[in-house]
Design a binder for this molecule. Sequence first.
Ligand code: OOG
Ligand code: MG
Length: 255
Amino acid sequence: MTDLAQAAAIVDEAARTAREIPQFTTSAPLGVAEAYAIQALSIERRLARGEKLVGVKMGLTSRAKMAQVGVNEVIWGRLTDAMRLEEGGACSLARYVHPRIEPELAFLLKRDIASEVTGPEALACVEAIAPAMELIDSRYQNFKFALADVVADNSSSSGFVIGAWASPALDFGNLGLTMEVNGRAVEIGSTAAILGHPLRSLVAASRLVAPALGGLKAGWIVLAGGATAAYALKQGDSVRTTMQGLGGVSLNVAA
Ligand code: OOG
Ligand code: MG
């Protein structure tokens, strides 16, 4: 892949217009470093349209997610203000190709994280934690991709919804959680599924993201990654994730 800017325009347009595209890696080799460069350029296009960077999402931090998409590496993507969905609000399937939703834990940072930190150091930079859900929507046909494809496509990130912020003094290493659709549990799990403890996902962000973005910034949101497999959204769905000790977060799909 030589023209990174052209690839960035392709993924950006696919996301903007909710149209699927073929994988890059089936027609030419694509390295992971190049894929992150495409991601950066594609998000620059959004920022040029007025969107603001508000944080990052970590991905494939649980076995369930790795198994669901067949990629076994921790990845990351960028979050913009336009991707935030109102808690308890509604979204329309028309804006996406084939959206899925997954339960996550969100961190709100109170201090910059300039470079790799330890778990306790990372925790000292956390203002609050909250139950969250990420709306992922791979732009690739059939939600099928190799590592470099998904990285170029902002790691499938499309939207996120965050519940009430709570103190990180709560021991959040193994909180039971349920994701319900129309009142029926579709996924049951624990925050421990996220790298054994979600704080490890923030440590991974300090190692992988901080060098690439010049640090993680105070005020940013960091999504720790799906704790369970993702659920494919359907018209009229009402989705709610409840996390032990943290309450719930919900999103509705317009009928
Ligand atoms: C890739 C993004 C993974 C997570 O939380 O593990 C991710 C995908 O599933 O399409 O967001
Ligand atoms: Mg996710």
